[in-house]
Design a protein around this ligand. Structure first.
Ligand code: ADP
Ligand code: 5GP
Length: 216
């Protein structure tokens, strides 16, 4: 086909859920599947888990280094979560948007709300587990937290679940493959929203004529 569309504009996607519902797993599956999807690598003061890699899963920082970034205004948002600090770096967002990437921001509800406020074009997805029993099972079989952290995360889960209405979309993560597909479809639709496609960068000359768009 002649004159196909060049590229869709980048998109910030906020993904939140109670701890253990599966948001990180879903994000990683999507990154594997799409070359133009990126994971927003947050900074955190939490210690790394066994399989986590610095600079890949998180930038693992001391309190002092986190403070340094805060002072230099490097964060798009940051929050205290489960006794540690977590923050989305402005540089992650700038780089992704500049390169027309989809940026997956695995953040808590405070972070999700801040990002939505600051970046009006962002879409937000809330992942829910099939049941509390299953959530407990996932949190406990992950074997990454201390008993105290697990208890805190479970207690917080019940509060966090009440925020689902604040998100644009809600996806049930029962069957992982189905959940990944649903998130994928939501993102695909989000990228094609008409109000995001005004720029001539995304169309051929012929398509621009068809759509009545002026050159940029
Ligand atoms: P979160 O990032 O929301 O805290 P994770 O992605 O770390 O959660 O998932 C928690 C645990 O549940 C992991 O061990 C993961 O492999 C598992 N998991 C994720 N999705 C499913 C699913 N649909 N069915 C069964 N186990 C799942
Ligand atoms: P975990 O310790 O399980 O990796 O993450 C704990 C919580 O912190 C999760 O809800 C996760 O989404 C959230 N989180 C991770 N990175 C950020 C961030 O940059 N900002 C905010 N606000 N929350 C984050």
């Amino acid at each position: 086909m002649m004159g196909s569309q060049k590229k869709y504009p980048g998109l910030i996607v906020v993904i939140s859920s109670p701890s253990g519902a599966g948001k990180t797993t879903i994000c990683h599956k999507l990154i594997k599947k799409h070359k133009d999807f990126a994971f927003s690598v947050s900074a955190t003061t939490r210690p790394p888990r066994k399989k986590e890699r610095d600079g890949v899963d998180y930038h693992f920082l001391s309190d002092a280094r986190f403070d340094g970034l805060l002072r230099k205004n490097h964060f798009a948002e940051w929050a205290d979560v489960f006794g540690y600090r977590y923050g989305t770096l402005k540089s992650e967002i700038t780089a992704a948007l500049k390169n027309d990437m989809v940026l997956l921001c695995d953040v808590d509800i405070q972070g999700g709300m801040s990002i939505k406020k600051r970046f009006r074009d962002a879409i937000s997805i809330f992942i829910i587990p099939p049941s509390l029993t299953e959530l407990k099972k996932r949190l406990f079989t992950r074997r990454t937290e201390s008993p105290r952290q697990k208890k805190l995360r479970l207690e917080t889960a019940l509060k966090e679940l009440q925020y689902w209405r604040r998100y644009d979309y809600v996806v049930l993560n029962d069957n992982l493959k189905a959940a990944v597909n649903e998130v994928d479809m939501i993102i695909a639709a989000g990228r094609k929203k008409s109000n995001r496609l005004e720029s001539g960068r995304y169309w051929s000359r012929a398509q621009m004529r068809l759509l009545g768009l002026r050159g940029t």
